[in-house]
Ligand binder design. Structure first.
Ligand SMILES: Cc1cc2nc3c(=O)[nH]c(=O)nc-3n(C[C@H](O)[C@H](O)[C@H](O)COP(=O)(O)OP(=O)(O)OC[C@H]3O[C@@H](n4cnc5c(N)ncnc54)[C@H](O)[C@@H]3O)c2cc1C
Length: 255
């Protein structure tokens, strides 16, 4: 199938590329970059070979003990089910876009909560691996393959207070297309503050800019190209390194 990343990706950058659909768990991912909902990607006009889980992996069910979710299921559906079944632990996924596979690969989270907190096991095709056996850290997980399915242990009681807290955080984020945080926060610091201190808050190259609202969001103000975004990223890394001696590590994946 063909995917137009200018439409599909959350940052609305990229051209059209051929993407192989993964229809069963015997798929051999070697040589492919597996994408999810492309909410954390910056895709060039010439990406590597790409693959994506087919719709067969877009499901979720709660069996009274575990929430079992297919790798292609979107975060919004997970939160909706938790809300309607009064289950707690996944409230932070509200407004955090992505598919289950991408959420686990990035160990996505907000305000001290992350997807691995409730993960029990993930199925990589060759079998299930317990969450405790998967190395992970801040916005990173060392996965042994493609996430086809995963199970979560949740609490009774969806927390609407937490939901309101997370909504408040989201309301302070830019509204233009982005891929979320551009850089990871360095130890004991904030990437956004460093970008701002380097004089780049609101700075634009072509259609891409570091948001005036939150400097660590690289936003598409309209018609941004891959080259615009990459030039901004390089500029920020150079300036922050030369002015503060800190190397910013990308959170978004550049393909
Ligand atoms: C407005 C906005 C707000 C955001 N806020 C947050 C936030 O608060 N916290 C946060 O952590 N992130 C945030 N993000 C980033 C993004 O939502 C997360 O990184 C999310 O986990 C990406 O999921 P995805 O399905 O889009 O993955 P993609 O962007 O498609 O891919 C990301 C990574 O996941 C891997 N991957 C995808 N599917 C699979 C699979 N099935 N098996 C194995 N690996 C796979 C890819 O290879 C890639 O390495 C935000 C993004 C936006 C646009």
């Amino acid at each position: 199938m063909k995917i137009n990343f200018e439409k599909y990706s959350s940052i609305k950058i990229g051209g059209e590329a051929e993407v192989v659909e993964i229809r069963d768990r015997s798929f051999e991912p070697r040589g492919f970059f597996v994408i999810g909902a492309a909410c954390n990607l910056l895709v060039s006009p010439n990406p590597p070979p790409l693959a994506i889980l087919s719709r067969e992996f877009d499901y979720l069910r709660y069996d009274g003990e575990l929430l079992v979710v297919g790798g292609a299921c979107k975060s919004g559906k997970i939160v909706s089910l938790c809300r309607s079944r009064d289950l707690g632990g996944m409230e932070f996924l509200r407004g955090l876009p992505g598919s289950l596979g991408g959420l686990i690969a990035m160990n996505a989270g907000l305000k001290g909560r992350e997807i691995f907190d409730r993960l029990k096991w993930a199925d990589f095709g060759f079998g299930r691996v317990l969450a405790d056996e998967i190395a992970r850290g801040y916005r990173f997980a060392k996965l042994p393959g493609v996430v086809f399915e995963a199970a979560f242990e949740l609490d009774r009681g969806y927390d609407r207070g937490l939901e309101a807290e997370f909504d408040a955080v989201r309301s302070r984020h830019p509204k233009e297309p982005s891929a979320g945080s551009c850089f990871k926060n360095p130890p004991n610091g904030f990437a956004g503050r460093l970008i701002e201190a380097a004089g780049l808050k609101g700075f634009a190259i072509g259609g891409a800019a570091f948001s005036e609202i939150h400097a660590n969001f690289l936003v598409n103000k309209g018609g941004a190209t891959f080259d615009d975004a990459i030039s901004l990223i390089e500029l920020a890394r150079e300036r922050v390194l030369s002015e503060f001696g800190i190397t910013l590590e990308l959170e978004i994946k550049v393909l």
